[in-house]
Design a protein around this ligand. Structure first.
Ligand code: AMP
Length: 214
């Protein structure tokens, strides 16, 4: 299965991607995760990406398209994959279509996870992750037993730099201006399914399963 998870920051793409990996055994490709790892490691890619990410702006198309082209050629993508956070512009979607076309593949499903903006701001401002094991929490909706400490490994929790409210508003505007047009783009290609992103993780997962198994 070749799947794209589309949705604004905070819609729950990463959480649902994890469940889809467990269910279908296909790799998740998150450009955000790849870029954050590059920033942590201080690579050339990381140095290029860092200022854009801190400002909540998109990293230039040629940079992310290059990352995706290379990643899709890896052996573990041969049986399918799930894209999380890519494409984010029409130019990226066109480039993805070209790369997949050259490989003889199509996108099977594009799942758009819909969540209202005010809910997204609440979710993102409270989001925390463990520095050591990456486990995710929310100060209000899913708090750790001891504030600031990971329940699983005792590691220190931190807030992503781009989860500050001002940056969140910038990211949501970028989504509305540059990424939301992909909903119409993929609807025209007849691969789009919209799911309601409000409810429990299980409810939302059930809706996604319904959409991909239709
Ligand atoms: P995410 O974790 O998907 O919210 O991505 C975090 C940040 O990484 C974004 O705000 C962008 O700065 C950058 N980024 C991730 N994916 C892309 C993409 N497909 N195109 C451009 N920038 C991206």
């Amino acid at each position: 299965m070749r799947l794209i998870l589309l949705g604004p920051p905070g819609a729950g793409k990463g959480t649902q991607a994890q469940r889809l990996i467990d269910r279908f055994g296909i790799p998740q490709i998150s450009t955000g995760d790849i870029l954050r790892a590059a920033v942590r490691e201080g690579t050339e890619l990381g140095k290029t990406a860092q200022s854009y990410m801190q400002a909540g702006k998109l990293v230039p198309d040629p940079v992310v398209i290059g990352i995706i082209e290379e990643r899709l050629r890896a052996a573990d993508c041969a049986g399918g994959f799930m894209l999380d956070g890519f494409p984010r512009t029409v130019a990226q979607a066109d480039a993805l279509g070209d790369v997949l076309g050259r490989m003889g593949f199509d996108v099977d499903h594009v799942i758009s996870i819909d969540v209202p903006n005010e809910e997204l701001v609440l979710r993102l401002t409270g989001r925390r992750a463990c520095k050591a094991c990456g486990s995710g929490y929310h100060v209000q909706f899913d708090p750790p037993q001891v504030a600031g400490k990971c329940d699983r490994c005792g590691g220190e929790l931190f807030q992503r730099e781009d989860d500050q409210e001002e940056t969140i508003r910038a990211r949501l505007k970028v989504y509305a201006d540059q990424t939301a047009p992909l909903i119409a783009y993929y609807r025209t290609a007849s691969v789009l399914r919209s799911v309601n992103g409000l409810g429990t993780m299980e409810e939302i997962f059930g809706r996604i399963l319904g959409a991909v198994q239709d």
